[in-house]
Design a protein around this ligand. Structure first.
Ligand SMILES: Nc1ncnc2c1ncn2[C@@H]1O[C@H](COP(=O)(O)OP(=O)(O)OP(=O)(O)O)[C@@H](O)[C@H]1O
Ligand SMILES: [Mg+2]
Length: 291
């Protein structure tokens, strides 16, 4: 698909892909696409940060390449690795005489034995890909510094093979739950957008896009109840993902209305912390009906 012509155009394309972006998010993504700058999405849990990268890949017919960050992730796991097992097998298959030649050793560190990891794959795919660097806040400082360098020139040097460079960079979406502050240098390279909770009206729309079979009246009540929960200072406030799960759960158990009993029965779909459960259970009537 071609590039969107305007923010409104992009919003509509995303909507057709099942994602409802507000104006701020759509603008950040539009700028990112046009200026070929990475976009950094920070925000609450379960508000659609990861999903938007998936939908972007799907609506633009690009390949989604995902780098899931975690504590201790290192450059090998992100860039490339040598396939030791195959190298060993190959060595064993060679005769003594063949092993002596320089050529044989060179081959061992050639493309045949290279395992592509997400970042190398993304540099090779260039603008045919959406690179999702998910939960960058979980990686450590050094990894962040390394990423910063990569994002600057989209170039990877493999000593044994040479340099690979993207002709046109992929669309890069970074996400963070803000478990730690990211470096200014990384932020400066990106277009930044904070993804907050949607308004109640918008959240109803999102649920109905994702669950077209859901009852609108019940969805409205569920969304209102979730919004009341978010104002309770829970340790883990429910995200949009939980709202959708809750509507599905109510449907499965055959609940057609939201009252103290049906909230209590299905609470495990929305609240997943013991202390939070107690807090919510102490307010059941208010949460179910707003009374
Ligand atoms: N604006 C939206 N339009 C459509 N679906 C949405 C939207 N926001 C959230 N969702 C739904 O919520 C679900 C959770 O979203 P997602 O996994 O992207 O959240 P996240 O922000 O990455 O959360 P986490 O911080 O837990 O990783 C998605 O599967 C999607 O169905
Ligand atoms: Mg996510």
């Amino acid at each position: 698909m071609e590039r969107p012509e305007s923010v409104g155009d992009l919003t509509e394309i995303l909507r057709q892909g099942g994602y409802l972006a507000d104006r701020g998010l759509a603008t950040a993504l539009f700028v990112s696409l046009n200026l070929q700058r990475p976009v950094l999405l920070e925000g609450e849990v379960g508000v659609g940060k990861t999903e938007v990268a998936k939908v972007l890949a799907s609506v633009f017919g690009r390949k989604l390449i995902r780098l899931q960050c975690y504590e201790g992730i290192d450059t090998n796991q992100a860039l490339y690795e040598w396939d030791y097992a195959r190298q060993m097998l190959h060595i064993r298959a060679l005769s003594e005489r063949q092993l002596d030649s320089d050529d044989a050793v060179d081959k061992l560190f050639g493309p045949k034995f290279l395992l592509e990891r997400p970042l190398l794959e993304a540099v090779r795919a260039g603008d045919q890909a959406v690179l999702l660097i998910d939960e960058i806040d979980r990686a450590d400082d050094e990894f962040e510094a390394f990423l910063l360098e990569l994002l600057a020139d989209f170039q990877i040097t493999i000593p044994e093979i040479g340099t690979v460079k993207a002709a046109t960079p992929p669309l890069v979406v970074l996400t963070s739950n803000r478990t730690r502050e990211l470096h200014d240098a990384l932020k400066r390279r990106c277009i930044y957008h904070w993804v907050g909770y949607p308004s109640a009206e918008r959240e109803v729309e999102i649920v109905l896009v994702r669950e077209p079979g859901a009852s609108e009246a019940l969805t409205r009540k569920v969304v209102a109840a979730v919004h009341r929960m978010r104002s309770l200072e829970l340790a883990k406030p429910p995200g949009v993902a939980e709202t959708i799960d809750w509507v599905r759960t109510l449907d499965v158990v055959g609940a057609t209305d939201l009252d103290a009993q049906s909230v209590d029965d299905t609470l495990g779909a929305v609240v997943k912390e013991r202390d939070d459960l107690e807090l919510v259970r102490a307010n059941l009537d208010g949460i179910a009906s707003g009374g």
